[in-house]
Write a protein that binds this ligand. Structure first.
Ligand SMILES: Cc1ncc(COP(=O)(O)O)c(C=O)c1O
Length: 426
């Protein structure tokens, strides 16, 4: 059968519309090439990527070191399953656990799978270590969370569109408002059956909601007092995105996040995905110390692809790049510059009410109703002006470029964004 070659954007969009499930509503742009901070469409037009595949491409598109590691490993040994050992998994596990300072890692593929993994481990830990009666474990989660799309994960979402008609829902979750330490305290005090608190250190999908500086630290302390696991979902915020190796690193900008303990809140379980491979391959992970991770025994969890040699080689290269290219420091410096430049514009306009975020995970809130199409229309105009971004919710636009951006490129992007926003002033 002859494969139809895409030569025009419209043709690709029509094919997706006809042959693909309609589970996304992409911006109408068809990309065919990426390099560093740039992507190109089928017609050859160049754009700045200001989404980075939802913070997966932190190391920039097609980073040569990561691509080489992937290519070399794929042409040597790509998949063994976990029925046998392979010579990459052990070195990768040593590397990643030392990098993030945990005893053990459980390797998976996608973010949602890693969240499911953390939920299973937390429940098992509650029954076997904390003494919770079987089937009674509860996990505290936050309103407006986003942790993925599986049936269990959407069971504790409060996005009706993501949930409706996918029930029956998985029980065992207590929802509390985000950034509300008293609500967490009350939930922890409400029952002895709490296995853990699952939280995003910054709520990315919800619109880059950045909690109080001490929220993570206080939450961890409360969890420790109540013998509940503090579980950080850093799938979107982790790996240099927010100007720390992890968002739970607080204000620390060292490369090894444990050098300055006073700003660091160590989770009992850390969930990573996305940029763990620099966006080159689906690689996710749950990290924990022995007393938690050792509750998992053979046959109780796994995945054919989890921990495969290509994933291991790619993740090592991707994490090397973060350190070699000082991406933590760059995200922090450029993030400060981005917000200060946008604030200069915001002072003079009614169109945008604020910019918020940390490092290079930011969002602007458009001064219009959640139902309005203004944010979408602005993203269309940004596209026309050479920059790709997407609304998160109705009136919020997230800005998350690759972290390999230079200062000059960032200022160029700010100029495009301000020019575009001005087009929408009344
Ligand atoms: C915080 C968070 N958790 C989990 C996920 C799910 O990851 P995946 O889409 O790889 O399943 C995402 C994806 O956006 C996320 O941002």
């Amino acid at each position: 059968m002859q494969l139809e070659k895409v030569t025009a954007s419209e043709q690709a969009i029509e094919m997706e519309d006809k042959y693909g499930a309609h589970n996304y509503h992409p911006l109408p742009v068809v990309l065919s090439k990426g390099k560093g901070v740039h992507v190109w469409d089928v017609e050859g037009k160049q754009y700045y990527d200001f989404l980075s595949a939802y913070s997966a491409v932190n190391q920039g598109h097609c980073h040569p070191k990561i691509v080489k590691a992937m290519h070399d490993q794929a042409s040597t040994l790509s998949l063994t399953s976990r029925a046998f050992h392979n010579d990459i998994l052990g070195p990768y596990e040593k590397y990643v656990t030392e990098y993030f300072n945990f005893d053990k890692v459980l390797p998976m593929n996608t973010g949602a799978e890693a969240v499911e993994t953390a939920i299973k481990i937390a429940r098992k830990w509650a029954y076997e270590k904390k003494g919770v009666e079987e089937h009674q474990a509860q996990i505290i989660v936050c309103e407006n969370n986003f942790h993925g799309r599986t049936t269990t994960v959407i069971s504790f979402s409060n996005d009706e569109n993501a949930r409706k008609n996918f029930g029956p829902y998985t029980p065992g979750f207590i929802k509390i408002p985000y950034n509300d330490i008293n609500a967490l305290k009350e939930a922890l005090e409400s029952t002895e059956n709490i296995a853990g608190f699952l939280v995003e250190p910054i709520q990315g999908e919800a619109g880059v909601f950045t909690p109080a500086d001490d929220y993570m630290k206080q939450a961890k302390e409360l969890c420790s007092q109540h013998n509940a696991l503090f579980i950080a979902d850093e799938i979107q915020t982790g790996i240099a995105r927010t100007g720390g190796l992890l968002a739970v690193c607080g204000n620390c900008d060292c490369q090894n996040h444990c050098e300055r303990q006073e700003t660091y809140t160590k989770p009992d379980m850390l969930i990573l995905g996305k940029a763990l491979s620099g966006g080159n391959y689906p690689v996710s992970a749950v990290l924990a110390d022995n007393e938690v991770m050792n509750v998992i025994q053979p046959g109780q969890h796994g995945s054919t692809f989890g921990g495969n040699p290509v994933a291991g080689a790619v993740a090592i290269a991707a994490l090397d790049v973060v350190k070699d290219e000082n991406l933590i420091q760059n995200a922090r410096k450029l993030g400060n510059l981005f917000r200060s430049e946008l604030n200069k514009y915001i002072e003079q306009t009614d169109l945008v009410s604020l910019v918020r975020g940390r490092g290079l995970l930011n969002a602007i809130v458009i001064n219009d109703s959640e139902e309005s199409s203004t944010a979408w229309d602005i993203c269309m105009a940004l596209r026309d002006n050479g920059l790709l971004a997407k609304p998160t919710h109705g009136n919020i636009i997230r800005f998350a470029p690759p972290l390999v951006m230079t200062e000059e490129e960032l200022l160029d992007c700010v100029a495009i964004i301000v020019k575009t926003l001005k087009q929408f002033e009344k």
